[in-house]
Ligand binder design. Structure first.
Ligand code: 2PG
Ligand code: MG
Length: 421
């Protein structure tokens, strides 16, 4: 089976934060089309593949992506059209060779990832398979993931005084995906009422979660527990658990962590997390320490790695080599997976393979700037990793991914639901 594009092109569209991004479209010789909307992060890791922006301050405050669009319409289209590809690796290798840099900074990871996602869809079409099926590696059982709903936003994703970026609710104990989604919505609605009753604002952050003026993470956790119980669910892994993404690289300065007006050492942070785990049903912590705090991460993993999932995001950047290094160094026990962070679908699949072989868990993730593209929902199912975070159960670009999961669940075959074994 081969894929041949008769054309490939891109246009500048808007993401959910009103910043320009790309939509890439490929056409197959029989006229069928594939499309990809490119996401964009705010709390980015230093070693992420580079998103190309125009830096022309007379347009969109320099955020335009006309150069990246031109790279798709020019060199990328030229390299990908009129020739047959026998694998996605071959397409992605071509894109990487064309770019020629280690971090995709010449053509732009935003241009490259759009072309790569479109190509993956083209292979699924040619194979007459659902995208999730085509993305399932040999020997992996597809699985409907536990949705991680980001219901309180802080950090770079909101203008409030909360330093921790994400407070997620994870209905791990739900009997099925539709019931997990229902639990997420019922807790989210209950949380809105609770915030209003207590006099907090119920305005939303970038990922659709509430952005109340609360400084202490523990105060948010207490509210979440209340909302889960009020909605009629049990807290914890048998019911609805909590996952955190403090995104602590963003408040890590000169070796200290500046949280809620306090200045903490790595050890203080680890103690603080240990107390949170004792007191609240926290099951997963992503970027608990900063991306450069390697010794801190090792200590964190030794201290809490048996009790909770410790997810690397800013430090791993979906890079298979960096994840393998982290495994060898005893850092974390799970990786966050974002396609645009590494820049191609095949490198993302490779990162997932490293996780499986190292017995690291994996969580597929959206970015804070999103489009209505639902590729990550199919990737979450096909990878069998059992976890997806795509923001709150609100706002179209977030809900699009959860709705795609519901569609996959309803369309059969019956998939297992829940965390991977
Ligand atoms: C994260 C992501 C997604 P951003 O830190 O995990 O929630 O945020 O896309 O801003 O990097
Ligand atoms: Mg993160």
């Amino acid at each position: 089976m081969t894929v041949r594009f008769s054309s490939m092109s891109a246009i500048e569209i808007l993401d959910s934060r009103s910043r320009p991004t790309l939509r890439v479209q490929g056409t197959l010789p029989d006229g069928r089309t594939v499309r990809a909307g490119v996401p964009s992060g705010a709390s980015t890791g230093a070693r992420e593949a580079v998103e190309l922006r125009d830096h022309d301050v007379s347009r969109y405050s320099g955020q335009g992506v006309q150069q990246a669009v031109a790279h798709v319409n020019g060199p990328i289209a030229e390299a990908l059209t009129g020739r047959s590809f026998s694998s996605l690796d071959q397409v992605d290798d071509t894109l990487r060779a064309l770019d020629g840099t280690a971090n995709k900074s010449r053509l732009g990871a935003n241009a490259i990832v759009g072309a790569s996602i479109a190509a993956a869809q083209a292979f699924a079409l040619e194979a007459e398979q659902s995208l999730w099926r085509w993305l399932t590696p040999d020997g992996v059982i597809p699985r409907l993931p536990v949705p991680h709903f980001n219901v309180v936003n802080g950090g770079m994703h909101a203008a409030n005084e909360l330093d921790f970026q994400e407070f997620m609710i994870a209905p791990i104990g739900a009997p099925s995906l539709p019931e997990a989604i229902r639990a997420g919505v019922e807790v989210y609605q209950r949380l809105r009422a609770l915030l209003a009753e207590r006099g907090f604002e119920t305005g939303l952050g970038d990922e659709g979660g509430f952005a109340p003026e609360i400084a202490r993470p523990e105060d948010v956790l207490a509210l979440l527990v209340q909302a889960i119980e009020d909605a009629g669910y049990t807290t914890g892994r048998d019911g609805v658990a909590i996952a955190l993404d403090p995104a602590s690289s963003e408040f890590h300065r000169d070796g200290r962590y500046l949280v809620g007006g306090e200045s903490l050492s790595s050890e203080d942070m680890i103690d603080r997390y240990a107390e949170m785990i004792d007191k609240f049903p926290v099951w997963s912590i992503e970027d608990g320490l900063g991306e450069t705090d390697t010794a801190g991460w090792q200590k964190l993993t030794q201290t809490l790695g048996e009790r909770v999932q410790l997810v690397g995001d800013d430090n791993f950047v979906t890079n298979p080599g960096l994840i393998a290094e982290a495994v060898a160094a005893g850092i974390g026990n799970a990786a966050l997976i974002k396609v645009n962070q590494v820049g191609t679908v095949s490198e993302t699949l490779e990162a997932l393979r490293v996780c499986r072989e190292s017995r690291y868990a994996a969580m597929i993730s959206h970015r804070s700037g999103e489009t209505d593209d639902t590729f990550i929902a199919d990737l979450a199912v096909g990878s069998g990793c059992g976890q997806l975070k795509s923001g709150a159960p609100a706002r179209g670009e977030r809900v699009a991914k959860y709705n795609r999961l519901l569609e996959i669940a309803a369309s059969g075959p019956a998939h297992p639901f829940g965390l991977a074994d």
